[in-house]
Structures are given as structure tokens and as C-alpha cells.
Write a protein that binds this ligand. Sequence first.
Ligand SMILES: Nc1ncnc2c1ncn2[C@@H]1O[C@H](COP(=O)(O)OP(=O)(O)OP(=O)(O)O)[C@@H](O)[C@H]1O
Ligand SMILES: [Mg+2]
Length: 334
Amino acid sequence: MREPTQEEGTLLDVRHLTIGFPAEDGGRIDVVRDVSFTVDAGETVALVGESGCGKSVTALSLARLIPSPPVSYPTGEVRFRGVDTLRLSRRDLQAVRGSGIAYVFQDPGTALNPVFRIGFQLCEVLAGNRQQRREQALDLLAQVGLPASSFQAYPYELSGGMQQRVVIALAIARHPVLLVADEPTTALDVTIQAQILDLLKQLQQKLGMAVLLITHNLGLVADVAHRVNVMYAGMLVERGEAEVVLRHPAHPYARGLLDVVPRLERVTGRLSGIPGMVPAPGRLPSGCPFADRCPHTAARCREAVPPEIAVSEGYPVHSVRCYFPLVSSGGQHA
Ligand SMILES: Nc1ncnc2c1ncn2[C@@H]1O[C@H](COP(=O)(O)OP(=O)(O)OP(=O)(O)O)[C@@H](O)[C@H]1O
Ligand SMILES: [Mg+2]
């Protein structure tokens, strides 16, 4: 299967990433398993899956925000601009975290310091003299659609949606080339969710940064993502161009996610349309991790984890980990 090369603008190239945590019996439990995907410069890529699939662990590991052994055991490679962040020195890692990869998390309340005004918190992460920082902070507020008066406000004086805009302003303050947004809208009201996604899309286009959008809601990605990676029980089970995956999902799990798309609603963590639950790491069925919930499970599915196979040729690659994909290898849809 052809993979994009650095010359083609690959910004992030995650290869065979596996992350384990220590188990009580002294062994390790892998919660992310053999995950490979890429993000090109300036594009939006979604990482989608139910609660507990390993999305946040994957996201945090990109800038190595999960401490290495004995806390976690990452293997594989996370190539960011050609350099493996899993093997960077502490100093080089700071540079990646500062202006390379920035994060926006689910709950804006916890990302802001309640005792400082918004303007102060923005100025803190900016460079230059007082006047320059103030100007940059006001410019950032405007970029995220907030009035200049928010400069003087305390976080509690702003709504949840406005707070998330401030968090996004903080994240883009140092011009990241990759913004990782981990469930950036699930703590917000329905209408505000759409506005925040729209803002992320606008900023991605205007600033030319890449966005890794993490969500449990496959329906949300249609308007924003160029590519989609569908994650299940620590593995990527399908990846491809968003339009193609959403229209012709090849993995029964992706199909199931689409069938139950909870459009713009609060996260419940469970999808009623797919029976059962994500198996806990360490309690996976043998073979395909989705076998216990899949409507198409056959004996073969219990024998070994399906390898990743190409569904169609071309770039970006559309691939699936399934012995019986819903799309035939010739690109004809079953
Ligand atoms: N520090 C840790 N130590 C041990 N296990 C962990 C740790 N962090 C996460 N896990 C486990 O790893 C698995 C994946 O967790 P993760 O937070 O990545 O899921 P997620 O896909 O982001 O889910 P959600 O949609 O609920 O945010 C879970 O089973 C979780 O319990
Ligand atoms: Mg998470």
C-alpha cells in the first residue's frame, strides 16, 4: 500500500504506534495498538470512535504528554516534521509543544485559570513588550470572534462557548502547525458546538494549520474533515478520505457509527445502534476486536486480527481492517 512521502507535505506520520500501561499483574495492557496514520500540512483529519477506544491516549502521545516508562510504554514512531517525538530530548520536545503541536481539550473550564483575566492569560503566552502583547491578544480575540471587552473579563463572566473560543485563541497564539482538538465541543450546547467547529474550520483555512479533530460523532466530521480515521478498541479499523468513508464505509463498525450518528448532541459515550460495548483493553476477543458486536462475524474473524487492506487505489489511501469489508477491493460497493 502506497504511503505519502515527506516531500508531499506530510506533517505528521504516525507509524505502528502502540501504547501500553502497566497492568496489575506486572504485565502491560496495550490501549493503542499498531496505529498508523498521517496528517498533511494544512488539512483537517478526524479521529473517530466510541468512548475508551484510545483516541485521547493517541492524541496525547503525539507531543509525548503521557510520561514514558514506567507510566506508559509507547513503541512505534510519531514523526512530526520528520522527527520522531517519541525519541526527542526534553528540550526539543518543548519546542514541539510550544509552537509545533497545540491542544484544545473538551472542557474549557479546566483550561483557563479562574483567577486571572482573559487578557492576562493570553499575554502570558505571547512574546514582545507589554504593548505588543496586548495588541496581539486583542487580535487573537478578534480572530476567534470575541469582542475586545473580553480582554478584561474573568473566565466565569464568559459562556462555555466563549470560554472555548479563548482556549482556541490560547492554542493558536504561538502559531502551531498542528492543532489537536480533543472533543472540543462535547461539553457545549448543540448550537454552540456547530459554531466552534465552524471557527476551527475558518482558522484552519486562514492560518493554514493542520487540525486533528477527535470526536465520537462521525456525523460531525462531514463538514470539516478532509480525512477520517475510525478507531475501535485501540486500533484503526478504517481510514480514508472523509467523503468516501462517510458515503461508503467499508468497516461494519464505521457503518454502525454512521447509522447512529447523534447529530450535534451531548456525548453519552454509548451508541445505542451498535449492540454491546467496546471491550476493555486486556479483555479483547481473539481475532477482530469488533467480532463480538459485528453483524457479519464469521469463524475466520475469530482466528486473527485482520490485516489492513486497501479498499481502493490512489491517494489518500482508503483502507480497512476487516476480512469482509462492505466495499469490494475493486472499489465496487457491495
Ligand atoms: N494513564 C492511564 N493508565 C491506564 N490506562 C489508561 C490511562 N489513560 C487511559 N487509559 C485507558 O486507555 C483506554 C483508552 O482511553 P482514552 O482516554 O484514550 O479513550 P478515548 O477514546 O479518548 O475515550 P473518550 O471518548 O471517553 O474520551 C481506556 O481503556 C482507558 O481506561
Ligand atoms: Mg478522550
